[in-house]
Design a protein around this ligand. Structure first.
Ligand code: NAD
Length: 309
């Protein structure tokens, strides 16, 4: 009998993991939201007498993500009680629970080594039949699982959601070299029929389709801004509604995405392409690196190009 996707494990509760879990919850799908265990206590936790062994602390990241979701303005047709369908946990204590789910989606930092290490760990708990995917913006699907068994690889696929998933229609599906055809078909149908997305199948090339173009556009804009000495507000004004795009066209988008994540996504292409002209566009931006160094990485830090007041 064909397995239906009813329960999901979302790994990583950051900008995208939490909002993908929210989107799933809104279409009636329960999820387990797992993140890493914190290595230090907060002042508040210390005052409460908690230790690093306490569940409240170990699940802190996923719990905080759920609290943030409760405060997010819901998109049209979203229900208020959707967060009840998201169960918080952590990778150290709860990874075995992936045995209870039909699909595991990895939404952790955009770093190929970190993703490879996670999939090595996941394979120990994984059971044949469970679909595994990555929400990577552009790391090679084949590379991140190259050390895994062929059976695991045959259940693996790229499922790239766009930010914010509750509004963005596009879902890129990226089959790997060994992905079973039935899984490609299933995820396309699931994405379109259950998640309400417009699905595009992409090849496993650096940053796939949308981010190869989108990242290029944002980086060229940064370079032109420098050349023409434009301000952040001026660039947002000319690249936003005036061009039929949202108000958030350039710098607000970078803040929303996360400047650390964007820098890594640009790097996906820089490290893989040989064409000198393309390489020069995707080269690490000094301005972005400086912001990352300062910790001004966008909305998730309360400060990026814009400051949250
Ligand atoms: P983020 O920085 O907001 O969150 C990353 C999460 O990964 C954090 O919660 C962190 O604790 C967790 N993490 C770090 N190391 C981990 C590990 N070893 N094991 C498990 N979890 C770990 O990042 P994000 O913006 O949510 O991006 C996550 C993925 O989604 C990346 O691959 C990114 O390229 C992709 N993506 C991001 C966007 C976007 O707009 N931000 C859009 C589409 C796709």
């Amino acid at each position: 009998m064909e397995r239906v996707i009813r329960k999901v494990a979302v790994i990583g509760s950051g900008v995208m993991g939490a909002s993908i879990a929210a989107h799933l919850a809104n279409v009636g799908i329960s999820s387990l939201l797992l993140d890493v265990c914190p290595k230090e206590l907060t002042e508040q936790e210390r005052q409460k007498g908690w230790s690093l062994e306490d569940k409240e602390v170990r699940n802190r990241l996923a719990k905080q993500a759920i609290e943030r979701l409760k405060k997010t303005k819901p998109a049209p047709l979203y229900t208020n009680d959707f967060v009840n369908r998201i169960r918080p946990g952590n990778i150290d204590d709860d990874l075995e629970k992936v045995k209870e789910v039909d699909w595991v989606i990895e939404v952790i930092v955009e770093n190929v080594q970190v993703k490879q290490q996670f999939f090595e760990r996941l394979e120990q708990a994984w059971q044949e039949g469970t679909i595994v995917s990555s929400n990577t913006s552009g790391v090679s699907i084949n590379e991140m699982i190259k050390e895994r068994s062929i059976s695991f690889q045959s259940h693996f696929i790229g499922t790239h959601f766009f930010n914010p998933p509750r509004y963005m229609k596009l879902l890129e599906i990226i089959p790997g070299e060994h992905t079973k055809q039935e899984i490609v078909k299933k995820m396309v149908q699931f994405g379109e029929n259950q998640l309400g997305k417009g699905v595009v199948i992409a090849k496993d090339t650096p940053n796939f389709i949308a981010n190869r173009i989108g990242t290029y556009g944002l980086l060229v804009t940064l370079q032109e801004m420098n050349e023409y000495e434009l301000s952040i507000e001026e660039v947002d004004a000319v690249t936003g509604p005036a061009m039929g795009r949202p108000k958030s066209a350039t710098f607000r988008t970078l803040d929303l995405v996360g400047i650390d994540t964007f820098t890594q996504v640009a790097n996906n292409v820089y490290e893989k392409v040989e064409d000198e002209a393309e390489k020069s566009v995707f080269a690490p931006s000094k301005l972005l690196l400086k912001l990352v160094e300062k910790g001004w990485i966008g909305e998730k830090a309360g400060k990026g190009f814009y400051e949250k007041v």
